[in-house]
Design a protein around this ligand. Structure first.
Ligand code: FES
Ligand code: FES
Length: 166
C-alpha cells in the first residue's frame, strides 16, 4: 500500500501541495526553481551566510503562531509540512507599501549590492514581530546577536543595525 501523501504548507495566501519531492530537495531549491520566487538568494548554500533566510511559522503549544528564521539552503522541503513559509516577497503590503523593516533598510542605507539584504530583512522581520508582540525594543547587542547568522560583505553592519533599531 502506498501511504505517501503530498507535503502541505502555507505559502503566499494558499495551501501548497507538493508531491514526489526528493527528501533532500531544499526549501531554497523549491522556492527558486519550482515556485520561481527568486527574491530569496543563494550565497554559500551551506548554512553559513544567511542570504537564503526565510521565516517559518507554526503553532506553539498555546495555539499561537510562532515565527523563526531558518536557512532555506539547508532546510529540506518535507520539513515544511504543516507549517507556513514566509519570504522577503511576502512581507510588503498588498498595495506595495514596504514592511517597516524594508523601509528602515532603505532609510538607513542598509543595502549596497543587495545580495544579503533579503536575508537580513527576514531575520529582522522575525525580530520585529517577536519584539512587537512583547512590547520590547532590542538593544544593539541583542540585535547583533539576532543577526549573527547573516553576513554582509559590502555595506558594513552599522547601517544595518541602525535600520534594525529604527
Ligand atoms: Fe548561505 Fe543559505 S545560502 S546560508
Ligand atoms: Fe552587499 Fe550586503 S549589501 S553583501
Amino acid at each position: 500500500m502506498n501511504d505517501t501523501r503530498p507535503i502541505r504548507f502555507f505559502h503566499r495566501g494558499a495551501v501548497v501541495e507538493v508531491s514526489d519531492a526528493a527528501p533532500t530537495r531544499t526549501v531554497l531549491q523549491w522556492l527558486r526553481e519550482d515556485a520561481r520566487c527568486t527574491g530569496t538568494k543563494e550565497g554559500c548554500a551551506e548554512g553559513d551566510c544567511g542570504a537564503c533566510t526565510v521565516v517559518l511559522g507554526e503553532l506553539d503549544a498555546d495555539g499561537a503562531l510562532a515565527l523563526k528564521p531558518v536557512n532555506a539552503c539547508i532546510r529540506f522541503l518535507p520539513t515544511l509540512d504543516g507549517k507556513a513559509l514566509f519570504t522577503v516577497e511576502d512581507v510588503a503590503a498588498g498595495d506595495g507599501t514596504l514592511h517597516p523593516m524594508q523601509q528602515a533598510m532603505v532609510d538607513c542605507h542598509g543595502s549596497q549590492c543587495g545580495f544579503c539584504t533579503p536575508g537580513f530583512v527576514m531575520s529582522m522581520v522575525q525580530v520585529y514581530e517577536r519584539d512587537t508582540a512583547r512590547a520590547a525594543v532590542p538593544t544593539r547587542q541583542q540585535l547583533a546577536d539576532d543577526l549573527a547568522g547573516n553576513l554582509c560583505r559590502c555595506t558594513g553592519y552599522r547601517p544595518i543595525l541602525d535600520a534594525g533599531q529604527r
